[in-house]
Design a protein around this ligand. Structure first.
Ligand SMILES: Nc1ncnc2c1ncn2[C@@H]1O[C@H](COP(=O)(O)OP(=O)(O)OP(=O)(O)O)[C@@H](O)[C@H]1O
Ligand SMILES: [Mg+2]
Length: 113
């Protein structure tokens, strides 16, 4: 199991979610966040409202998936998120040790999806 964390431009969220759904990836956590990349917020001001401390508004997606869904999920985020401009975002893929559905107590591969 893997835990995918992606930081994308807020205006790409709808497209990314649609592409994920198209690939049967439905379960997702979405959070509004602030962040900065290697331009430290400076070169991107034309795209996003600039906040204090060189931070820009971004959208974070978190998706826990079985191994066979990693590629399609990453591809969907890449396709929907990429404009070619700085600030398009980043994807992190982490190993996931445990997943437990609180309602049923199911674990692992069953609980994840
Ligand atoms: N190494 C990192 N650690 C934590 N968060 C990061 C990291 N890199 C990027 N982010 C998050 O992703 C957001 C978008 O990053 P961004 O796309 O600007 O990365 P970049 O490395 O500057 O690439 P680019 O040159 O394409 O802009 C940042 O505002 C930040 O929230
Ligand atoms: Mg950047």
């Amino acid at each position: 199991m893997k835990y995918i964390i992606a930081v994308i431009q807020p205006d790409r969220l709808d497209e990314v979610l649609q592409l994920l759904e198209d690939k049967e990836v439905h379960l997702v956590t979405v959070t509004s966040v602030m962040g900065r990349g290697r331009q430290k917020g400076i070169a991107e001001v034309y795209r996003s409202h600039k906040e204090a401390g060189s931070l820009l508004k971004k959208t974070k997606l978190e998706i826990a998936v079985n191994d066979e869904f990693v590629s399609v999920a990453v591809d969907a985020i890449m396709s929907g998120g990429r404009t070619g401009n700085v600030g398009d975002g980043k994807i992190f893929v982490l190993d996931l040790d445990r997943c437990i559905r609180i309602r049923t107590g199911e674990t692992g591969h069953v609980a994840i999806g």
